[in-house]
Ligand binder design. Sequence first.
Ligand SMILES: [Zn+2]
Length: 159
Amino acid sequence: MEHLWSPWRYRYIVTPDRAEGCVLCRVQELSKEAENYVVYRGALNYVILNLFPYTSGHLMIVPYAHTASLAATDEATTAEMMALAKRAQTALEAEYHPDGFNIGMNLGRSAGAGIAEHLNLHVVPRWAGDANFVSIIGETRVLPEDLATTYEKLKKHFP
Ligand SMILES: [Zn+2]
């Protein structure tokens, strides 16, 4: 599926330090939060904007530990993932007033995981009609908001 408008994509592709290794491991080691759209750093997980959002406000909760398996992830980490998903829901409700949410994980490439080697929990706000005719017919999505704007809106909900 192609995006009609994704100006950040170019930088994402050309940034040299993302050229090798696990992207989700590399992001957590970088210090420039705003440039990498890290909204919050918890004890065991961080919260980041999805660089290719399904809808505006699409967040991911990512364990610091590099693992592909939910089953193998320790209890403290998964408990914090859920706590952060709840905070994300609260933040998104305050800023975007969605009609609903998809909150979940894609485990493995065959399940649609974009980054299969590193566990991540998606929090996607949904609106009635957001799976619009452009998406269905044209395999193309129109993104209504740039990531820097989304970042500014959500960052303040994670003090
Ligand atoms: Zn990783």
